[in-house]
Write a protein of this length. Sequence first.
Length: 193
Amino acid sequence: MEYRLTTPVTAEMLAPLRAGDTVLLSGTVYTSRDAAHKRLCEKLANGGEPPYELEGSAVYYVGPTPERPSEVIGAAGPTTSGRMDAYSPLLLDLGQKIMIGKGTRSRAVIDAIVRNSAVYLGAVGGAGAVMAEGIKSAEMVCWEDLGCEAVRRLTVEKLPLTVVVDSQGNDLYESGPAAYLASIEKGVTQNAD
């Protein structure tokens, strides 16, 4: 199925999504990678406030390349999500609802996704220029000294994503290969008849 979502989102908006579904995401998305996640979690641990509203928010694990003249942003392909696994459960518990990246997530992150009725969406790796086409504006939020890893506020329009882990904990990295192997087995059985 294909869904169109606009941030901020609620658990009710995410409930129908299933691993393998397509999402065209619009609205505000924040960029953050491991260095920014570390700073954010340290700030929270010391009683500080987050630099953006976490409730219903979406974060994209991306370190965009510098934009060229007349561009909003440079290439904006996803980074490996596992690098944020140590920080993600806390942010989900504080209201973050969507994480966007590539690669598998730890059991602790999947448990936090289920506990908080959140989702993990996959962006196509190696397609940074295509992903950048869905980004309509980019604004620095904080930690500019981190360069490409600084937190930015993106305005996105119909950013093409795939549900990797849904709010029920279904993981496309497990169900996808299993479905593929089952289809091969079924095809072999049918051809043998």
